[in-house]
Design a binder for this molecule. Sequence first.
Ligand SMILES: Nc1nc2c(ncn2[C@@H]2O[C@H](COP(=O)(O)OP(=O)(O)OP(=O)(O)O)[C@@H](O)[C@H]2O)c(=O)[nH]1
Ligand SMILES: [Mg+2]
Length: 223
Amino acid sequence: MTGATDLMLWQYQFRIIMLGDSTVGKSSLLKRYTEDQFLENINQTVGVDFYVHFVEVEPGIRIKLQFWDTAGQERFRSVTRSYYRNSVGGLLVFDLGNRASFQHVHEWYTEVLEKVQPHTVLFVLVGNKSDMETEERRQVSREEAEDLAAQMGVPYVEASAKSSLGVTEAFELLTRCIFQALRSGQVQIRHGWDGIKCSSPQAKEVHLSDNKMAAAQVKNCSC
Ligand SMILES: Nc1nc2c(ncn2[C@@H]2O[C@H](COP(=O)(O)OP(=O)(O)OP(=O)(O)O)[C@@H](O)[C@H]2O)c(=O)[nH]1
Ligand SMILES: [Mg+2]
């Protein structure tokens, strides 16, 4: 893709990071969302992988989503950490059938917020593998997950990379929250920061002229 074509294709670029313990399904969620595929034997992520997807948040406003798919394994943590600062959004993922992965969510959350201070990252909490749900298998109730999400002030979505249920919803909810936060001024394009990029002066004008309207909308968004 040439630079010129790229400019015509999107107005904003958002960098989004996937976080959560190993095997919770971060790469599988991304594969489902960007390629509509699911692999039973997907490779564990080594370091960080990179995915791209385009969405139109509203008519004429095209967003390039750039995803950093991090490895959940502890031994890659120093690599993973270096991606926090340039992310505007994050999907915090746990496995509904793995209680430890749920218990670690808050650690992921606080670690990121500490590292990006004084700025912030907008999150959506995702309980993945809802297709495997049976009374015996489920180790985290919807109520517990919703309580944790409320405590962190983020939305919660249950999803399955396998069945695709909730996957688009989770990614697009995060995208809309970031877009509204941008328009309201809650997050801003900053020099030397790659969390959000703007492809053209026109796009910047859209953002500025819509500030007031979006400020009203953002009140209705739980991000
Ligand atoms: N049943 C079911 N299995 C899933 C789902 N999502 C992922 N898996 C399986 O869970 C395993 C781990 O998935 P990954 O996507 O590699 O997990 P990850 O979070 O990226 O793991 P790391 O790269 O090590 O951090 C794989 O065998 C997937 O096929 C799901 O929604 N349902
Ligand atoms: Mg992975």
